[in-house]
Design a protein around this ligand. Structure first.
Ligand code: SF4
Length: 435
């Protein structure tokens, strides 16, 4: 047991360092800002079909996972991803954890388009050899001012105050340090370097800034910014030995299919439908049932976005959201039939909205049931508009959302516990409706 109460080192998976799950290797591909081109989505989908189980899993950090990789497949996968521009650095692949507001630049609710900043931050991060030592859980975030990333509690973040100024946040707390947005990537990289230096000085094994003693204050001092800062105290900011680590461990053990440290409240993710108050392009939020894309669905999304891309679109045409959906740029009304026809969600009142699950069988050896298979069988029959619902294969409840949700947990005896009441899978819908 280590001083922070951990029994294992950081094992967040990457492309080469895959997690060995019950159904084979699980690779996680980082997508800084959640951004993908249509061609990159095609490459990922082909890799999933030819090297894995044929599916792409979207994560709560807006990344993508491929599972059931056979032995040796990670090498071929890494070559394909490198050629597609999805693996610019082998040494830094697990530390390119960068969230950005997925609707940035597409509507009038953001104060500044932060996606170019995410790109710059990624480039700077990969250019600093020392930053390859960041823990795989260390998280950056760029919030365009709409506040949709607050629940992520990123270690180093900026939030746009207006179109001219951004504020630095550390461990989820505002610091009072203001800067022009174009300077944000440099400062964020410097803050990450300060984290590593402070971690070494404290002889800590911290994965997150909040695990260091006075971490945000120490980082600000190392950056020479303490005079400007008005850091707000966050209760429990420093985690005592052993405290607060179980959740982080859970996110990567047993349920590596879902990245879940910053639980995503339903209100923080855009719902299926047209992007409201848009600024000129037809952008649409597509819901992906249980966050799992099959080959046909990926091909349809890539086809729609690819048409727009081929016209010379300057926007990032695909953006994975923390709610396991995809923002597709360049959608026309007639595309909706195609998107809906392959099982994607195009209506805000769909029964799938707010329904999440862990991996369950066969991917997780701890699972007591095939939660995804059961959910796919019964959820389409629900009327929609229900509370958030999370299906889990066991009591660990990996990937559960933030806020209130109906708790559906597989039972060893068969069937499910729905908020503590045993039911058959066909009765789960009744249990959800009467909440
Ligand atoms: S079965 Fe349990 S351990 Fe496995 S992914 Fe689901 S909740 Fe996590």
């Amino acid at each position: 047991m280590t001083p922070l109460g951990r029994t294992e080192p950081d094992r967040c998976p990457g492309v080469l360092a895959v997690h060995e799950a019950a159904d084979g290797g699980l690779a996680r591909v980082r997508l800084p800002g959640g951004v993908l081109s249509a061609q990159q989505l095609r490459v990922l989908a082909a890799a999933a079909v030819e090297l894995g189980d044929g599916h792409l899993e979207l994560t709560s950090r807006a990344n993508v996972q491929i599972r059931a990789l056979r032995p040796g497949a990670p090498v071929e996968l890494s070559e394909r991803l490198y050629a597609a521009g999805l693996l610019p650095s082998i040494s830094h692949e697990r530390v390119r954890n960068i969230l950005a507001s997925p609707l940035s630049g597409l509507d009038t609710h953001g104060r500044y388009d932060v996606l170019p900043l995410a790109r710059d931050l990624d480039r700077l991060l990969c250019a600093r050899p020392a930053l390859a030592e960041l823990p795989g859980r260390f998280l950056f975030a760029l919030d365009d001012g709409r506040g949709d990333l607050a629940s992520a509690k990123a270690d180093v973040a900026v939030r746009m105050v207006d179109s001219q100024l951004a504020e630095l946040l550390l461990a989820g707390a505002p610091t009072g340090v203001l800067l022009p947005p174009e300077q944000a990537p440099d400062l964020m990289v410097a803050a990450a370097e300060a984290f590593l230096a402070e971690r070494a000085q404290q002889q800590s094994e911290a994965w997150r800034l909040a695990e260091l003693l006075n971490g945000p204050q120490r980082v600000l001092a190392r950056l020479g910014l303490q005079e400007q800062a008005a850091l707000q105290h966050v209760p429990g900011e420093h985690l005592a030995a052993g405290a607060g680590t179980a959740q982080a461990v859970e996110a990567c053990e047993g349920g590596p299919a879902l990245e879940g440290e910053g639980r995503v409240p339903r209100a923080a993710v855009p719902r299926a439908g047209w992007v409201q108050d848009g600024v000129g392009v037809g952008a649409f939020v597509v819901g992906v049932p249980l966050g799992v894309l099959d080959g046909e669905q990926a091909a349809v999304i890539a086809g729609v976005a690819g048409g727009w891309e081929s016209l010379g679109a300057s926007e990032a045409v695909l953006r994975v959201t923390r709610g396991r959906g995809v923002v597709v740029v360049g959608v026309a009304e007639e595309d909706l039939t195609q998107l809906a026809g392959c099982g994607l969600v195009v209506e805000a009142e769909s029964a799938w909205n707010g329904v999440t699950s862990c991996a369950g069988r066969p991917g997780c050896g701890k699972a007591l049931g095939d939660v995804r298979g059961d959910a796919r069988r019964v959820v389409p029959g629900w009327s929609g508009g229900q509370k958030a619902v999370h299906w889990s294969g066991c009591e660990r409840r990996c990937g559960k959302p933030g806020g209130e949700f109906v708790d559906v947990v597989a039972l060893a005896s068969g069937g499910y516990s729905v908020d503590g009441v045993a039911m058959t899978v066909d009765e789960v819908g009744d249990g959800v409706r009467v909440q």
